[in-house]
Design a protein around this ligand. Sequence first.
Ligand code: SAM
Length: 242
Amino acid sequence: MLDASLTCGTLPAAPAREDFQKISDSADLDHPLIKQIVQKELGLDPRDVSQRLWEFAIAYAALESFGLLRAEKTGLSFGAGVEHLLYAISRKVKLLYVTDLYSAGSVWSEANANDARKFVIESAPVPFNPDAIEVRNMDMRKPDLPDASVDFCYSISAMEHIGDDADFIAHLREAGRILKDGGVYLLTTTCITAAETIRQPSCFPSRTCSGFLSRPDCIQPDASMHTLAIPLVILPFLRQGH
Ligand SMILES: C[S@@+](CC[C@H](N)C(=O)[O-])C[C@H]1O[C@@H](n2cnc3c(N)ncnc32)[C@H](O)[C@@H]1O
């Protein structure tokens, strides 16, 4: 069972799986494991220090540490858009449900498409396995999949956009429903390190400013200095009664 608290600081030399549940830190991109994932699996340049790169790489590392990136596994990405990570994962698993509210009217450029599968396939920035990708138009608050049907699910900077408390609760319940016993839901989301929680309709918490922390030990819970960090949160799922 993982501790619910988030860790600050950089990844240890030999990270255990719980070490990946932490706040973003640009220094992690110098970690040999993360560097290797960025270069070999994501096909990106680790010198391009960005929060996006950190999110993709740390999520990949965490999924791998749970033994979930294997040929017999089925996963699901909520609010996937055309994120870099999904293509890297498709090369490793049996099936990845790539889900979003894809539509020609979407305000999100990464989901603005009439033909969702064509859009996802044609947006691939790296080699991928098209046979392992099933694109579905799906609201993450009501995923249209049977109970206990996926080994893992994840969302990258997506779940904060779905609405208010009731929407988050519905989403987390549903993620629990479709996960197999012992499955894992892993997510990155925005987090403001301030004393006060700031609510914004359809975007919670609010994005007041952005900073990629290289000294997370310096964070002060000070309402006058809102710093945006990206934590990776890992939610292990155990079906009740087991
Ligand atoms: C910031 S984008 C992130 C996209 C992608 N995960 C990435 O990292 O590039 C947020 C995504 O969440 C999707 N989204 C918002 N509300 C959603 C919902 N209720 N169900 C499914 N996807 C949703 C949007 O369409 C958009 O593609």
